[in-house]
Design a protein around this ligand. Structure first.
Ligand SMILES: [Zn+2]
Length: 276
């Protein structure tokens, strides 16, 4: 829940919208907050020589933003042919139904409740719209329905809220579970090692050029917080609220309600593993 500035990698233009890799362009939604950083990153993906584009996370229900996404694709000579969701949080999916209406596309997501007009998304699925190759990666933990998308041609992964461009994310208890989240981070680390993924195209915040460093940072951060929560419990802090006050004292109080979700997920994890 802290937002350090020493996260590996450097900001790229994608942080404020614009091209980030050969195949990925960001359109920043106008919904900045402590939780969403500068706003939601809506991603337009396309092969350079194709006239078809895939949009990942249309963002919140904001008509002007949705129309800007379409206009940005059209300005590059692309027609939006498919809409994908990294997960169901409203800042990513709230505009999906309207966006599907405006573009005539299907919406594909892991959660059946979020799908519109077509198939879902399954782990191991490969999207091939307009020659663009996109692999679906299972990454539960932030939420149960969280996915990442691997874009091999650009050595990039679209990380949704599983890894952010700055700071760390929440494990949204009870839907999000810490054990799942740690497994997902390890899966992303394997992608950086085995598939040469170097670039993170996050759901919020700037693009990261050191994917492996970012994932290692997240794993280290989670281990540190978990140890702090364990110590807080050993020191007599019993409720999630007490643990938040003890462990997240250095964090803006506006983020404490979100931190409490992560603490509940951590307490569950410690109990399940017989550590408290
Ligand atoms: Zn989210």
């Amino acid at each position: 829940m802290t937002y350090p500035t020493d996260l590996p990698g450097r900001p790229r233009p994608g942080a404020a919208g614009g091209p980030a890799t050969a195949r990925a362009t960001c359109v920043l939604a106008p919904n900045p907050s402590a939780m969403t950083l500068e706003g939601t990153n809506t991603w337009i993906l396309a092969e350079p020589d194709s006239d078809l584009a895939v949009v990942v996370d249309p963002g919140p229900l904001d008509e002007s933003h949705l129309r800007e996404v379409i206009a940005t694709a059209e300005a590059a000579g692309k027609r939006v042919a498919l809409t994908l969701l990294t997960h169901g949080h409203a800042d990513h999916s709230g505009g999906a139904a309207r966006f599907a209406e405006l573009t005539g596309t299907h919406v594909r997501a892991l959660d059946p409740a979020l799908r519109l007009g077509g198939e879902g998304l399954g782990v191991g699925d490969v999207i091939t719209t307009g020659g663009l190759e996109l692999h679906v990666i299972s990454t539960p933990g932030h939420t149960a329905d969280s996915l990442c998308f691997h874009l091999p041609a650009d050595g990039a992964v679209l990380s949704g809220d599983t890894v952010l461009g700055r700071g760390t994310t929440i494990v949204a208890h009870p839907d999000g579970r810490l054990g799942d989240y740690l497994d997902s981070l390890r899966r992303l680390r394997a992608l950086t090692v085995e598939e040469d993924v170097e670039v993170v195209l996050p759901g919020h915040g700037p693009v990261l050029d050191d994917a492996r460093g970012a994932v290692e940072f997240y794993l280290a951060h989670r281990a540190k917080r978990l140890a702090q929560v364990e110590t807080a419990v050993e020191n007599g802090h019993r409720t999630a609220g007490e643990v938040v006050a003890a462990v997240y004292a250095d964090v803006d109080r506006a983020l404490w309600p979100a931190a409490e979700l992560s603490v509940r997920a951590q307490l569950d994890y410690l109990e399940e593993h017989g550590l408290i």
